[in-house]
Design a protein around this ligand. Structure first.
Ligand SMILES: [Mn+2]
Length: 434
């Protein structure tokens, strides 16, 4: 991403407010135990506006009727810090690299904030931000209110994340390229898992085979904790133990994907442990696949996201009827939410800098958003048939299937960004044979 991209985003953000100060903090570092830390991941909203990956930094944007101002506070260079952790960018380098109006040492921030807030009415921040920096700003706002001679003071708090995440909904060409790269490497990893999978392996061995592919290709982080669920384990939606034995004749569900330049991918495939679907598995698999293909087919600009959810539930409910798992009229079963027992989760979510991109799903009136070009959403229908559920035909018990792809909305309709990953019964069985 070049620096002008970040400048444009900051400009767009400032255009969304009439006046005020926006404060966004970098992600805090988190202690794992004693003096070791969890690996650092930048706050996605902060990163979206700066491209800056260091902790202990702060972005401030301000706007009056006459002018705007952008300030970045960064950790200064220190020989001691550099010895243990490597050099930070520092004030001088940051000044050269970032197209903000000012860069300062973070130590200076408490001395500046009162002057920055003076005569402003709106203060925008992340309501989940519990950093010391934000407390300093809020205290300064209080002090200004009590100071004689100050004409205007902060009297409205606004949610900065809502503004930033509204911008994050529509991905630029560069962002889509990063997502494509993440998906390309995730495709290699899923195909590797299909090739190496054998009965009696452990779930974590498949996970390790995928992690190896990510690692040797320069992936810094996976986008979320991998799910590798053999047989009935797939019916635990957030199964992450990944330590069971993979059994001959079972399916394995893998929901795993990597991040590239902080952009996520999110892919699920379900395939036979021994490489060959049984008749019963094929029936359920093709039913889920058919739903997924039809939902993807329906994505285009001006379609409401809520409608897509409803449509997917109708398709899933009918599929469950056709399989003989549900009995009755589709409308009545939908009304009674009977399908939710076997297909409990939503059809998909926004994806971008976060795997579950926290962008709005509704407008200011609470109306569902329509798809527009540049949005990225996962489509992931799933059917989960527990082994101990005696209401299900015996041949289907213990089968859990989810198929998930990452879909880009285009002017013409949509593009399945992960279409290269084996998905039809024939392609999967071919990939499993190597
Ligand atoms: Mn997902």
């Amino acid at each position: 991403m070049n620096e002008t991209a970040y400048t444009n985003r900051r400009t767009k953000l400032l255009e969304m407010i009439t006046e005020g100060v926006i404060i966004l903090s970098s992600a805090p570092t988190k202690t794992r135990s004693n003096d070791t830390e969890y690996s650092y991941r930048q706050n996605s909203d902060f990163y979206y506006l700066t491209g800056f990956e260091e902790p202990n930094s702060l972005l401030i944007l301000s706007k009056t009727k006459e002018s705007t101002r952008t300030i970045l506070y960064v950790e200064p260079h220190s020989d001691e810090y550099a010895l243990w952790n490597g050099a930070v960018l520092g004030v001088t380098n940051a000044q050269q690299q970032f197209l903000v109006d000012e860069v300062h040492n973070i130590i200076e921030y408490p001395n500046h904030i009162k002057e920055i807030l003076r005569d402003h009415i709106h203060l925008y921040f992340d309501f989940l931000d519990d950093s010391h920096h934000l407390k300093v700003a809020q205290n300064s706002a209080k002090e200004l209110r009590e100071t004689r001679g100050v004409k205007l003071h902060v009297r409205t708090f606004g949610d900065a994340t809502y503004l930033v995440r509204t911008l994050r909904l529509t991905k630029s060409h560069e962002e889509i390229e990063a997502i494509r790269q993440a998906i390309e490497l995730t495709a290699l990893a899923h195909h590797e898992a299909m090739r190496v999978c054998k009965p009696s392996m452990r779930e974590y061995e498949l996970q390790a085979a995928m992690s190896y592919i990510f690692g040797v290709n320069g992936v810094k982080s996976e986008a979320y904790g991998a799910i590798v669920a053999g047989g009935n384990n797939a019916n635990t939606l957030h199964y992450v133990r990944n330590n069971d034995t993979l059994r001959d004749g079972d399916l394995v569900l893998i929901d795993a994907a990597c991040e590239w330049e902080l952009y996520a991918s999110d892919i699920t495939r379900t395939f036979p442990v021994n490489g060959k679907f049984t008749e019963a598995q094929r029936e359920v698999y093709n039913a889920v696949l058919d739903v997924q293909l039809r939902v993807i087919e329906a994505i285009k600009p001006n379609v409401k996201r809520d409608w897509l959810q409803k449509y997917s539930e109708e398709l899933l409910c009918q599929a469950l009827i056709d399989l003989g798992i549900l009995n009755g009229q589709c409308d009545a079963l939908l009304e009674a939410k009977a399908h939710k027992k076997y297909a409990p989760h939503g059809i998909g979510h926004w994806m971008g800098l976060d795997v579950h991109d926290p962008c709005p799903y509704t407008d200011d009136k609470g109306e569902s958003l329509c798809f527009t070009t540049g949005m990225v959403m996962t489509i992931e229908p799933g059917v989960y048939l527990r082994i101990d559920d005696e209401s299900i035909p015996l041949k289907y018990r213990g089968i859990g299937i989810r198929i998930e792809d990452d879909i880009l909305v285009t002017d013409e309709g949509c593009e399945n960004l992960s279409s290269v990953i084996a998905k039809s019964v024939e392609d999967i069985e071919g990939m499993c044979r190597g």
